[in-house]
Design a protein around this ligand. Structure first.
Ligand code: ZN
Length: 417
């Protein structure tokens, strides 16, 4: 008997958990995240699923009902060579899964809930004797959060061809380590034959709480982007430099953060400065440079462009007054994603419990990348009582998680039989 949902969940709970905050530090290609990847391989093996992977470290565990018994060669570790993939049918495949990495001091559910639920949903279908007409794969994409190399959904972007290896290889983490130093390579291939993707995810808001529903279906993802603001001034002594003589980029930054917040509030959009690097970062020095990253998300691409343009203009005007300089670089911009409406409707309607609500989200996901690459894609959300995410306060009840597993199993049954 494979581990059930609660057993799997409690096994993962201590991995990468901070004793002080209770949050999770599961950065890509660090020990906790690698431990989770090993755990996933083990779970796949325990279920006789055929493990497939690519040079970036993305994983898919296939249940191929046609193949019946998994060839031994696929059940050994590491099962990563192309020759070992031969004989594995992925044609018409229905993929489900999520990611195992976290943001810095994130919650337990963002990512792992989708992976654990996918394994448990496969178990439920097998226990019910369901024989799918299509292979079902459980996926784990690496570096979904972009918490290490700065580009969200890097693993799924490479696997789906949304970004080329030549562009990704030189990305660097905060310590200057290049992406190509930690992975062997990247490119399409892993998703060949995949015809549909369904990602289950903890909701990162309170929509389902307000609607009194345990499970919902995604309609769209708002367009979003990350922008680096480089504020330059002059380092100087905090005591001897008169206030009127300073060229202080911190002031320009501070006004920009306030302006971004105000613009987003007025327009009903989202703008966040959540990361700052100050040089020289000394208590007794006027800084010479402030690097700050704006995360912006809006209901349309036009609104996103307008918001960033307005914040940039206000930053530039303030820089003129402060005698500082500001340069803005778009590090990544993702267009709006509308999930296949017919697929969402097919998944959401006609359940014993009634129809599941169809709701939008302002959070990015691997599902958005695959959808943009032309793979019909859907998402299921599980209620999060706090509505909080990317924080230790993120949560979901066990009954709601089990409702999510059941919803995913039902969905896979609809799509794969
Ligand atoms: Zn996530």
């Amino acid at each position: 008997m494979p581990d059930d949902f609660e057993r799997m969940w409690s096994d993962l709970a201590p991995v990468g958990r901070s004793a002080t905050s209770g949050g999770y530090f599961r950065q890509p290609f660090t020990a906790p995240e690698r431990e989770l990847a090993d755990w996933f391989r083990e779970q796949a093996r325990a279920r006789g699923l055929a493990l497939d992977s690519d040079a970036t470290g993305n994983l898919v565990a296939w249940w191929d009902p046609d193949g019946g018994i998994v060839p031994d060669v696929l059940a050994v570790d590491p099962p990563d060579s192309v020759s070992q993939r031969q004989g594995l049918s992925r044609t018409g495949g229905v993929l489900t899964g999520s990611h195992l990495d976290s943001v810095l001091d994130g919650g337990a559910y963002d990512g792992p809930l989708g992976v654990v639920s996918a394994l448990a949903a496969v178990d439920e279908l097998r226990e019910r004797g369901v024989v799918p007409a299509r292979p079902i794969g459980v996926s784990v994409f690496v570096e979904e959060e972009g918490s290490r190399f700065g580009l969200a959904c890097l693993g799924s972007r490479l696997a789906s061809g949304a970004i080329e290896w030549e562009k990704a290889r030189g990305l660097r983490d905060r310590d200057g380590v290049a992406f190509e130093e930690v992975v062997e390579g990247g490119g399409p291939g892993l998703l060949d034959g995949v015809e549909m993707f369904v990602e289950l995810h903890v909701e990162q808001g309170r929509d389902l709480v307000d609607r009194g529903a345990a499970v919902g279906v995604a309609s769209e993802i708002w367009p979003h982007g990350r922008y680096r603001f480089d504020f330059r001034g002059e380092a100087n002594h905090a005591g001897t430099t008169r206030m009127e003589d300073r060229v202080d980029p911190m002031l320009t930054y501070a006004m920009t953060a306030l302006a971004a917040n105000k613009q987003a509030r007025l327009a009903g959009e989202r703008a966040t400065f959540g990361r700052v690097e100050v040089t020289p970062n000394g208590t007794n020095a006027v800084p010479s440079q402030v690097l700050a990253w704006l995360d912006a998300r809006c209901s349309s691409e036009a609104a996103l462009g307008e918001l960033v343009e307005t914040v940039t203009r206000q930053a530039t005007e303030r820089a003129e007054r402060d005698g500082t300089a500001v340069e803005v670089t778009a590090e990544s911009v993702s267009d709006a994603v509308t999930f296949d409406p017919a697929l969402a409707a097919r998944i959401a309607a006609d359940h014993e419990s009634g129809d599941w609500p169809v709701i939008p989200t302002a959070a990015g996901h691997d599902a958005g990348i695959l959808a943009a690459q032309g793979i019909p894609t859907a998402m299921l959300f599980v209620r999060n009582p706090t509505g909080v995410s990317h924080s230790p306060a993120e949560t979901a009840s066990i009954p709601d998680c089990l409702a999510g597993v059941h919803a995913l199993a039902e969905t896979l049954e609809r799509l794969a039989t």
